[in-house]
Design a protein around this ligand. Sequence first.
Ligand code: 5CA
Ligand code: ZN
Length: 409
Amino acid sequence: MHAWPASEVPALPGKGRDLKIHDTATGGPVTLDPGPVARIYVCGITPYDATHIGHAATYNAFDLVQRVWLDTKRQVHYVQNVTDVDDPLLERAARDNVDWVSLAEQETTLFREDMTALRMLPPRHYIGAVEAIPGIVPLVERLRDSGAAYELDGDVYFSVEADPHFGGVANLDVAAMRLLSAERGGDPDRPGKKNPLDPMLWMAAREGEPSWDGGSLGQGRPGWHIECVAIALDHLGMGFDVQGGGSDLAFPHHEMGASHAQALTGEFPMAKAYVHAGMVALDGQKMSKSKGNLVFVSTLRREGVDPAAIRLALLSHHYRADWEWTDQVLQDALARLERWRAAVSRPDGPSAEALVDEIREALANDLDAPAALLAVDRWAALQEETGGTDEGAPGVVSRAVDALMGVAL
Ligand code: 5CA
Ligand code: ZN
């Protein structure tokens, strides 16, 4: 699948700091040392109702990870998937009486446009679940042949007991895992499973649903977690630096993915850091496609809202916080954008050196974007109150804000 065009990342004087980030698996901060090529896998959308502000907030967090790494003069190898076949997509297509393929294509196109407008850097590999099927089938066969998976009425399940580290990503107790499994695509109550938490790896073809040739697995379609494992292992290999997504992916998705990978390779965990963004709510409830309480990036754009203001609204919350989208959040971002644009529109201003340093420090410290915004606010206020004589400083600030936070002034 093609991704979307990359916006330019301006060069900055000096070099950024190494990223320290909160890892869900260990429950604390880790300072990553990725080597010359940092590797990151970010779970992509299920394309049936994209892109709402919650999605955008999560992708903003991982865009910052990349920008911090690029600023340390590393290359970034970034992979993202599109879950272009799964129950929720098929259910939505059936509900609306539309073709599931067209629905997925249409929503993926919209997502690309939103990501471009928000200046999110594109993945190097943007891979759909459907195109990954030929790589998924042999992994499921291997898991089955090694005893880590079993068959139930033609479907193939992963046995969580095959992984001695199972539970080591989200660190939840069994009761909590069971509850979340039922809420998030699992089927803990299906009779005949070895363990209620066991997730499906391969679903035998169902009447009226799309299916593919699964070799010895028979006709069917892949489970959700193995999709991301197959794509990540194919394009990044084991032990990559970050696996990212919203906090609702920690369990079961990232937990199961780490277990599948452990059973396949003997290594745990698949990523050096499991990084999760908080949930964005609207009217007191998590913004979600199933609830339908959504604010879409494309709607705001259509209403004429500058994407840079949307980006600033996302940046004004720490990525790990759960927060609520309100009109005030957007109004504040619009006002900030206007102040910053006025401040960088003059040829000279207060020195930019300390500011660039502050932005770098804030972002390297668990992506503290709100602190970075406050630092720019202080510089802009100084510019407004007293001006400055540093020739070219506004240009440096404008390049730094773009390079490190994706905001075009
Ligand atoms: N296709 C899978 C991942 S492989 C999936 O979860 N798709 S999704 O479209 O439901 O979500 C895409 C990303 O947006 C996920 O990382 C998810 O955690 C995140 N996300 C969904 N809703 C919100 C929300 N309200 N706030 C923040 N992030 C969200
Ligand atoms: Zn995923």
